[in-house]
Design a protein around this ligand. Structure first.
Ligand SMILES: *Cc1c(COP(=O)(O)O)cnc(C)c1O
Length: 524
C-alpha cells in the first residue's frame, strides 16, 4: 500500500509516511485507498484478543511491515495497560456504552497509539535504511507530551524532547512530564502559551539550516504529533474492537449499525472512526462533540470553517483548539480526493482564516457526521447526572462527549431518525481520560467542592467513587522532578543542541543543582 499527500503527488511507502510524518508540500499522508474488512474477516476477529485485532488492522495499511513484528509490538504495547483489556467497553444504560481508552501508562487515550508508535518508527527507519539517530521534538498542551515520553523512553537509537508552555498545562500534567524517567528524554518549559511553543518548535522543523546542522551531527528530526499516520492507524483498531465486543456480548448482531460519539480536538480520534467506517465497519453516525470552542460544530452544520472567533480556556483543555489539523484528511476524501482543491483550502485557511465546502460535500459530511457542542455548565450537569444515576464517574472531556451523545439520542427519538433504527440506541461514547487526570474539576462537577490541591482532589475522588487510583498518578506525589529548564522561544534550538551534547544525564545533573522547591509536590 502506498500513501499520497493530501496536497500533491508525493507517493511514499507506509514506512516512509511514518518516518517523514508530514509530506514535503505540507500535506498529510493518506492511504492510496481504504483497505476493506469483510464480514468473514470480522467474524474471524471475534476470537482475537486486542493486540491481535490491532495488528490485523495495522497490517491492512502497513503491509510493508512484517505481520509478526506488528503483533509482537502490539502485545508489548498493550501489556503496559492496567486490567488486562486495553480498551474495555462498559455498559452504562440500555444501548449506551463507554469505550474506556484511559487505562494506559499516562491515563489518556493518546497511549493507545503512542505505545505502538516507537516500534512503527524504529522499524520504519530500518525499512527505509536510515542510519542516523532520530530526535523527536514534541510541542504539547499536556496529554501528548507525557504519552510520547512514556512511549519513547529508552527506545534504541531515538531521543525525545518535549516542550510545554510554562503557563499552559495543569500541575498534574507538568509533574507527569518533569518526573519522566529514561536515558533519552528531556523536557523543557517554554515561556509563553501553547501557540508560542508550537510555533517555536515548527520553526526548527522548517529550517533547512537547522536540519543540515543536525544531519552533520548524525541526527534526523521526526515528530510524534497526531498528524503522523503512525498515530492515526492504531486508533482505527479500537473502533473495530468495540464493535466486536458488542457482538460477543450479544448486544448486537454482526452487520447491525453502531454510532460513536467522540470528544474532539485535533480531529484525530474521530477521523480514525471514519477510516474504520470506510473499511466496512458497520458504523451509523459519528457524533463529533466539542466544548465551548465549537468551530467543528459550526463547520459540520454549515460547511464553513471559520477561525474568526474567540478562543476559550475550558475544563476540557485537550479540546481547546481552533485549527483541527486532521480535518485536512477528511476534506481530501470529501472532495473526491482532489489534492489541488485541498491545498487551495488549506492556504486560504492560513491567509484568510476560513474556507467553505460545496453543498454536495456538506451533504456527504452529514451522511457520516452529526456535530454538537456543550458549555461548561452542560458538561458539569451531565457528569453529575451520570454519577447520580449510574454511579459512573467520567472525566471532563468525556463529560462533553456524553452530553452531546444524549442530545443526539434525544433528537433521534424525537425525529425517529435514522428511519431504519431500532427504538433502542446503539451508542458508544469514547472516554478519553481517567477522571483522576483532572481531579479538581471532576470533584467539583460531582460534589460542588473546590479543592486547591490535585492530590487532595485525587484522595476525595477516591473516597467518593471507590474507583481505583492509577498507580502512575498516585506515585507522582512522591517523585522529584528531573527536568527544570525554562527557555525562551528564541533559545529552543540551543536547548536541542545542549541535549545532543550532554544527554539526559547531563541535563538532569544541571537541573539537580537548581534550588529545590520543597520536599513534596504541593500546590499552594
Ligand atoms: C487529545 C485529547 C482529545 C482530543 O482528541 P483529538 O484526536 O485531538 O480530536 C480528547 N480528550 C482527551 C483527554 C485528549 O487527551
Amino acid at each position: 500500500m502506498y500513501f499520497f499527500s493530501t496536497r500533491g503527488a508525493q507517493k511514499v511507502t507506509g514506512a516512509q509516511a511514518i518516518v517523514l510524518g508530514l509530506a514535503d508540500d505540507g500535506g498529510l499522508f493518506v492511504p492510496e485507498r481504504f483497505p476493506t474488512v469483510s464480514e468473514a474477516e470480522l467474524n474471524d476477529m471475534l476470537s482475537m484478543d486486542y493486540p491481535e485485532r490491532a495488528a490485523f488492522v495495522l497490517h491492512k495499511y502497513l503491509d510493508d511491515y512484517d505481520y509478526e513484528g506488528l503483533k509482537n509490538a502490539c502485545e508489548r504495547a498493550y501489556a503496559q495497560f492496567d486490567g488486562g483489556d486495553p480498551a474495555p467497553l462498559v455498559k452504562i444504560s440500555n444501548g449506551v456504552y463507554m469505550l474506556e481508552l484511559f487505562h494506559g501508562p499516562t491515563c489518556a487515550f493518546k497511549d493507545m497509539a503512542l505505545t505502538v508508535l516507537p516500534y512503527l518508527l524504529r522499524e520504519g527507519c530500518n525499512l527505509c535504511g536510515i542510519q542516523e539517530q532520530v530526535l523527536i521534538l514534541v510541542a504539547t498542551s499536556g496529554d501528548t507530551g507525557k504519552a510520547a515520553l512514556e512511549g519513547f523512553k529508552d527506545a534504541d537509537g531515538i531521543k525525545i524532547m518535549v516542550f510545554y508552555p510554562d503557563e499552559g498545562v495543569s500541575k498534574m500534567q507538568k509533574l507527569q512530564m518533569c518526573t519522566t524517567e529514561g536515558n533519552n528524554t528531556n523536557v523543557v518549559a517554554v515561556k509563553g502559551n501553547f501557540d508560542d511553543c508550537q510555533t517555536a518548535v515548527k520553526r526548527i522543523f522548517n529550517s533547512e539550516q537547522y536540519k543540515a546542522d543536525l544531519k552533520s551531527k548524525n541526527t534526523l528530526l521526526s515528530s510524534a504529533n497526531s498528524i503522523n499516520f503512525g498515530r492515526l492507524a492504531p486508533q482505527i483498531a479500537y473502533y473495530f474492537s468495540a464493535y466486536l465486543d458488542l457482538v460477543s456480548a450479544g448486544q448486537i448482531e454482526i452487520g447491525e449499525k453502531v454510532d460513536f460519539t467522540v470528544p474532539t480536538g485535533n480531529f484525530g480520534n474521530i477521523l480514525a472512526a471514519y477510516y474504520a467506517k470506510q473499511m466496512g465497519l458497520p458504523v451509523g453516525k459519528l457524533v463529533c462533540a466539542s466544548n465551548k470552542n465549537n468551530i467543528l460544530t459550526d463547520f459540520i452544520q454549515t460547511g464553513k470553517y471559520d477561525c474568526h472567533r474567540e478562543f476559550y480556556k475550558t475544563m476540557s483543555p485537550s479540546m481547546d483548539i481552533l485549527i483541527s489539523s486532521n480535518l485536512e484528511r477528511l476534506l481530501f476524501e470529501l472532495s473526491g480526493r482532489n489534492a489541488a482543491l485541498t491545498k487551495q483550502r488549506m492556504e486560504k485557511l492560513v491567509k484568510e482564516g476560513e474556507y467553505t465546502v460545496t453543498a454536495e460535500e456538506l451533504q456527504r459530511i452529514n451522511e457520516s457526521f452529526y456535530a454538537g457542542s456543550t458549555n461548561e455548565e452542560g458538561t458539569v450537569e451531565c457528569m453529575y447526572d451520570f454519577f447520580c444515576n449510574y454511579g459512573y464517574p467520567m472525566d471532563t472531556h468525556t463529560g462533553v462527549a456524553m452530553s452531546v451523545a444524549q442530545e443526539y439520542i434525544e433528537k433521534c427519538e424525537k425525529e425517529k431518525l435514522p428511519k431504519d433504527k431500532t427504538p433502542q440506541p446503539n451508542m458508544v461514547v469514547v472516554s478519553t481520560a481517567s477522571p483522576y487526570k483532572f481531579p479538581q474539576d471532576v470533584l467539583y462537577a460531582l460534589t460542588g467542592n473546590d479543592v486547591k490541591d490535585s492530590f487532595k482532589g485525587v484522595k476525595r475522588l477516591n473516597l467518593l467513587t471507590a474507583m481505583k487510583v492509577p498507580k502512575s498518578l498516585q506515585e507522582l506525589r512522591y517523585k522529584e522532578p528531573r527536568f527544570k529548564a525554562v527557555s525562551t522561544t528564541e533559545n529552543l534550538y540551543n536547548e536541542v543542541l545542549k541535549f545532543l551534547e550532554i544527554g539526559t544525564e547531563g541535563i538532569v545533573a544541571q537541573s539537580a543543582t537548581k534550588k529545590r522547591a520543597g520536599k513534596k509536590n504541593k500546590e499552594q
